[in-house]
Design a protein around this ligand. Structure first.
Ligand code: 8IG
Length: 278
């Protein structure tokens, strides 16, 4: 079994990332005892407790034990994969091990969890994150739906002449379903920056001018890979802070984590109720 120190097969340019994902999914089935998973969720800052509330965890696996995954490098990110039996009888795969683009390991590693989830059978991909808010009506601790994205990373998980349609990338059907749980959920366009620095106020103004409402460092690349895999996508951001220059406050990672903790109970219940309707 690969350990954290063994080379990651995704770092070999000659490797086929879909084959690596197939092998990872087979490993996952073996160690979880669950032949397939129906729904996958990536839980970002503030969303972690959802795994506790949503159903019965039948297996928790350090992500680094599965091929192609690497140990998490960010404080507040847990680095595990969990198999959860939902009250509906469906199986959820909870990915608590996000690789960010800013870590510099390449896009293949960033989207490996999504491809593994698809290879494990998941047809719904729920992507959550903690992010900065641009809409002046939003407050830290507020969850919002992602309606679309603008990818400012200048990268793509697609390789070669792979022309994939991204219309309705963030499923209107799933956004409607989320609103049957909480009718007050607002939505916005997610702008993925490379990070890991937060934006300058001028960059936030640019994001706003080009149609953005949420700024973050994840999700867009993952959503593209999920669409390529044929999954239906629901995106949710926890607004942990107002984006730089939108409020007078400076941004700190500690405050971002605190806002996440404060909102966590409410968010987990929201997510559990959405998942129960899938
Ligand atoms: I949490 O203000 C969180 N993640 N790019 N900007 C960007 N990412 C973020 C922010 C933010 N807050």
């Amino acid at each position: 079994m690969p350990s954290t120190t063994s080379p990651n097969p995704l770092d070999d340019p000659a490797a086929d990332p879909f084959e690596v994902a197939q092998r990872a999914a087979a490993q996952l089935a073996e160690v979880t005892g669950a032949e397939r998973h129906d729904i996958a969720l990536t839980l970002g800052s503030g969303w972690g407790r959802a795994a506790e509330v949503m159903g019965e965890t039948t297996a928790t696996i350090p992500a680094a034990e599965i091929e192609g995954f690497s140990a998490s490098g960010v404080a507040g990110h847990s680095g595990t994969l969990r198999s959860i039996l939902l009250p509906t009888g469906k199986r959820a795969l909870v990915i608590g091990a996000r690789t960010h683009f800013y870590e510099g390991h390449g896009v293949r590693r960033v989207v490996h969890s999504v491809r593994t989830a698809a290879a494990a059978g998941a047809t719904t991909m729920i992507l959550t994150n903690g992010a900065g808010g641009i809409k002046s009506t939003w407050r830290p601790g507020q969850p919002v739906l992602i309606s679309d994205h603008i990818n400012l990373t200048a990268a793509s998980p697609l390789e070669g002449a792979t022309f994939i349609d991204l219309t309705d990338l963030y499923s209107a059907r799933l956004r409607e379903l989320a609103r049957t749980v909480d009718a007050g959920l607002d939505e916005g366009v997610y702008v993925q920056f490379r990070g890991p620095h937060y934006e300058t106020p001028a960059e936030v103004q640019m994001a706003k001018t080009i149609g953005g409402h949420i700024v973050g460092m994840s999700t867009a690349l993952e959503a593209i890979a999920a669409r390529q895999a044929g999954m239906e996508i629901l995106g949710l951001s926890l607004i942990t802070n107002l984006a730089a220059g939108i409020s007078k406050e400076k941004l700190s990672h500690a405050e971002v984590l605190q806002a996440g903790k404060d909102a966590e109970q409410e968010l987990s219940e929201l997510l559990a109720k959405i998942v129960a309707k899938l």
